[in-house]
Each structure stands twice: as C-alpha cells, then as structure tokens.
Ligand binder design. Structure first.
Ligand SMILES: Cc1cc2nc3c(=O)[nH]c(=O)nc-3n(C[C@H](O)[C@H](O)[C@H](O)COP(=O)(O)OP(=O)(O)OC[C@H]3O[C@@H](n4cnc5c(N)ncnc54)[C@H](O)[C@@H]3O)c2cc1C
Length: 261
C-alpha cells in the first residue's frame, strides 16, 4: 500500500499580518507548524503502512523552510519526503496549489491512496483535497473519520456529514481528506528523530515537474485576493428611559427598525 500524504506548513499563531501590497501573509518572524489536520492525515498513512506494508511519501509545496515539516513527518514514520519549492510557485491559489501537487503525485507514481487534511488553519478553504482528486481523475471522499476497510482495489470509509455519518466504498487509487476524529497522532520516536535529522529531502522545482508554467504561482492563479482586512467593530449603546413596559416597546421598535427582528 503506497500512500501519499499532503502536508502544509502554516503559522502557529493567529496573530499574523497581511502584506497590504500583495495581500499575502507575512511569514517572516513567525513560528510555523504542520497544519494540525495534516498530522491526522500523516498518522493514518503511517498506520495503513504498518498494517499493510508499502511506504508513505509526504509532499509539501512551500518556501524552503517548509522542509522542517517534512523532517517532522519523517520522525513520525514517513519513508520519503519531497519539497516542492520554486519562486514560480509563490502566490498560488488553491487550484494552482492542487495542480502543482497533482503533477508531483503523478511523478511519484505507483500510489494507492492520497490523504489530505480536511482544511488548513490559514487558507482554511478545504478546496485543495477535492481539486486534487479532480486533477488526478480519482474518486474522492471528504471528512473521513474512519477507514473501515481497505483492500487491494477498494476502500470503505466512514465520513462525517451534518447529522451523523455516511459509509461509502470506492475503488483505489483514491483521494481522501480526514478529520481529527480519525485517530490520535503519535509522538516521534528517538529512531525517527535520528532518521529525520540525517534524511536527504529532494526539492522539486518547476524544472523537475512536468508543469505548465502558466498554471502555477500568482500569474497562473485564476483567482486573486483583492483585499484582506479585519472587519471594523462598531459598538453603539443606548440606555432606554421610562418604565419597564415602555422600555420593552422601544427596544422592540428599535430592533424592528434595525431589521434584527
Ligand atoms: C482566492 C484565493 C487566492 C489566493 N491567493 C493567494 C495569493 O495570492 N498568495 C498566497 O500566498 N496565497 C494565496 N492564497 C492562499 C493559497 O491558495 C493557499 O495557501 C493554498 O492554495 C492552500 O489552500 P488552503 O490553505 O485553503 O488549503 P485547504 O484546501 O484548506 O487544504 C486542504 C488540505 O490540502 C493539503 N494542502 C493544502 N495546501 C498544501 C500545500 N501547499 N502543500 C501540501 N499540501 C497542501 C493539506 O493536506 C490540507 O490539509 C489564495 C487563496 C484563495 C482562496
């Protein structure tokens, strides 16, 4: 069972600044972590490998420092890790991100399952997993909370839906996104930490990947962030006069005027 796990490096804090010129995240000087949902994706991949044999390959697209999360992935049981990093990938929207990841997964080849987190805690769109499935032409299951059974050619999963769960079965290879209920991620082992320290992590650039340069990075992105801003909080207060009954009448009137009721 060969599994590819997609991991994204994200800021480990909610106190982030946005570059007003480019509308992108200012990543300098902030601590970065593995996107929390991706730790569950990784753990699930490693568990499947332990049960069925095969290998886990972790992939991330990001700046050079994203290599840190790949080392962390190796310390947790990943066999191979690949960093997709090139100035040309900078500013990718979700489709350009999924396109680059899909080309990398094509290049890795010989895989049975691709596992992503349900969403990231920075971009937060939850779009990359389904887009990846579309680009790879594979079946897809989102919000997987349990892999019930997996065989050579099929997978049966439990996926969370609003008022319960659904069990679906599909052919392999497939793409799934997982939620935190799927497992409890392990801590790194000493052996894993030693492997991570010495591991050689290949970096694939535009040249190494069979990508259309017009489909990656900011210029290859069909969508643009026009403006990012913190909404202004406007607080207005008013103390109503009179007896309780007239205060209630005034309050109801004001709420109606403001179209709150
Ligand atoms: C309209 C729009 C415009 C944008 N424009 C810009 C821009 O101009 N500049 C800019 O810097 N950013 C931009 N972004 C943010 C950028 O698109 C996202 O950082 C990136 O595409 C991933 O999206 P996400 O964080 O929402 O991931 P999600 O879709 O929430 O992630 C789901 C899962 O996909 C996998 N995944 C996601 N990203 C990666 C990755 N990089 N490597 C490996 N696996 C991954 C992970 O398993 C993750 O759990 C834009 C986003 C949008 C929606």
């Amino acid at each position: 069972m060969n599994i590819v796990v997609c991991l994204k490096q994200v800021p480990g804090t909610t106190k982030v600044n946005i570059d007003p010129q480019t509308n992108t995240l200012v990543r300098q000087g902030i601590e970065n972590i593995v996107n929390p949902f991706d730790t569950y994706a990784l753990e699930e991949g490693v568990r499947l490998k332990e049960q069925h044999g095969g290998k886990v390959t972790a992939v991330t697209m990001g700046p050079p420092q994203a290599e840190e999360i790949l080392r962390e992935a190796i310390s947790l049981g990943t066999d191979e890790a690949i960093l997709l990093s090139d100035g040309a990938f900078a500013g990718s929207d979700t489709w350009a991100t999924a396109y680059t990841l899909a080309r990398a997964i094509d290049k890795i080849g010989q895989y049975d399952l691709v596992i992503c987190g349900r969403q990231t805690i920075d971009g937060d769109t939850g779009q990359v997993g389904p887009e990846l499935a579309e680009l790879l032409g594979l079946p897809f299951a989102a919000y997987v909370s349990k892999i019930e059974e997996i065989g050579n050619e099929y997978i049966r999963v439990r996926r969370m839906v609003e008022e319960g769960y659904e069990v679906i079965e599909t052919s392999l290879p497939a793409v799934i996104t997982v939620v935190k209920e799927v497992n409890v991620p392990r801590l790194p082992s000493l052996r894993g930490l030693a492997r991570a320290k010495s591991a050689v992590i290949p970096v694939w650039t535009v040249e190494e990947l069979d990508v259309d340069k017009n489909m990656v990075g900011l210029s290859g992105s069909a969508t643009r962030v026009i403006k990012i801003f913190f909404p202004q909080r406007v607080c207005r207060s008013e103390i109503l006069q009179g007896d309780v009954a007239s205060q209630v009448d005034t309050l109801v009137e004001k709420l109606r005027e403001a179209k709150i009721i």
